[in-house]
Design a protein around this ligand. Structure first.
Ligand SMILES: Nc1ncnc2c1ncn2[C@@H]1O[C@H](COP(=O)(O)OP(=O)(O)OP(=O)(O)O)[C@@H](O)[C@H]1O
Ligand SMILES: [Mg+2]
Length: 345
């Protein structure tokens, strides 16, 4: 049986840019899929197709069992969406923004206000509840937007980079809200550029690059493929890079990655702190001077180096890479569907 979110062969091109190049996804009900990928990978485009904001050139998808292309209006009634860029009404206060969403969903004025206050508390916005959103900081808008997406709890939720721009405390708070939501049975697709976040929240991770899913699995499965911890060494002298590479190759597991200009070498390891001591001894024995050394958890870049042999890089297409270009255009297209998040519910 297809999951709560199911997509097959989604293709979407913008001029010469193949934003989606045959995306397949399946998210079982009540689970979280983390869509992990660098800038321009196609994460937002995937979310926009699945939330009916954008029609794919080909492929098919269902959300909550409903065909996204054939019955977009029904899909919208079953989903919640928090987009990559906060969509709050600048001229309303935080509380008004949230009660308005509640009212749009036919809540009574009392219920809408109660829910708004609950969420304002949750997202550490209670003190600012009476201020207009235009006086909010970026992180506060972000949180208000997320709160708005949670006024009603739809069976399927989409969150596009929900924690980008949040400070550690608020990121933690949001993680907890998400965990509660999911334990209540919600199915969630969330996009992120942080492996750590996907690891913490997602049952399953799909790694996307150039509009394709290049790897899939649980966080543990992916880690087993890419190796767990890394030892990272910065050598003092350029001439000693090769010698240091030899040491790391002998003690590590897998490819030794080199960042030439910073003289930084990285290798996956098993055995953590003990091995770190060994590496330091070997480097010392060979007289290799180091500026920095440490043990760290894998990052998105490590995932890409292991899976593709190259670091996660931005697309260098004419339409421009990264957050700017692709997403500015979001506002035009989103117009078709109203632009605000409730349009997608
Ligand atoms: N409306 C559009 N018009 C033209 N090109 C677009 C449009 N939307 C997206 N693209 C292009 O499609 C590709 C995928 O963009 P998308 O926004 O899906 O990436 P993303 O994975 O969400 O990246 P980010 O991490 O920067 O948010 C990019 O090359 C982008 O420039
Ligand atoms: Mg995006």
């Amino acid at each position: 049986m297809p999951g709560a979110i199911h997509a097959e062969g989604l293709v979407k091109t913008f001029g010469d840019v193949r934003a989606l190049d045959g995306v397949d996804l399946d998210v079982p009900e009540g689970t979280v899929l983390g869509l992990l990928g660098p800038n321009g990978a196609g994460k937002t485009t995937t979310v926009r197709v699945l939330t009916t904001l954008l029609r794919p050139d080909s492929g098919r998808a269902t959300v909550a069992g409903i065909d996204v292309l054939a019955q977009p209006h029904r899909v919208r009634r079953s989903i919640g969406l928090s987009g990559q860029f906060a969509a709050v009404d600048e001229y309303l206060t935080g509380r008004e923004n949230l009660t308005m969403v509640g009212r749009l969903y036919q809540m009574s004025a009392r219920d809408a206000k109660r829910r708004a206050d609950e969420l304002l508390e949750r997202f550490n916005l209670a003190d600012a509840a009476g201020r207009t959103a235009k006086t909010y900081s970026g992180g506060m808008r972000r949180r208000l937007d997320l709160a708005a997406a949670l006024v009603v709890s739809p069976p399927v939720m989409f969150m596009d980079e929900p924690t980008t721009g949040l400070d550690p405390r608020n990121r933690q708070a949001l993680w907890e809200v998400i965990e509660e939501l999911v334990s209540g049975g919600t199915t969630l697709l969330l996009t992120t550029q942080y492996l750590e976040e996907a690891d913490r929240l997602a049952h399953d991770i799909a790694v996307v690059d150039h509009g394709r899913v290049i790897a899939r699995g649980t966080a543990d499965e992916l880690k087993a493929r890419i190796g767990g911890e890394r030892i990272e060494v910065v050598v003092h002298r350029r001439e000693e890079i090769t010698a240091a590479q030899e040491v790391l190759r002998a003690l590590g597991r897998g490819t030794v990655a080199l960042e030439e200009h910073t003289r930084r070498l990285t290798v996956p390891v098993v055995g953590g702190a003990k091995l770190l001591a060994e590496v330091i001894r070997d480097l010392d024995a060979r007289g290799i001077e180091i500026d920095d050394i440490g043990l760290r958890r894998p990052t998105l870049d490590d995932v890409f180096i292991s899976l593709t042999g190259h670091a996660a890089e931005e697309k260098d297409s004419a339409s421009g890479a990264g957050n700017g270009a692709g997403n500015d255009k979001d506002t035009h297209d989103a117009g078709q569907a109203g632009g605000r998040k409730e349009s997608a519910k």
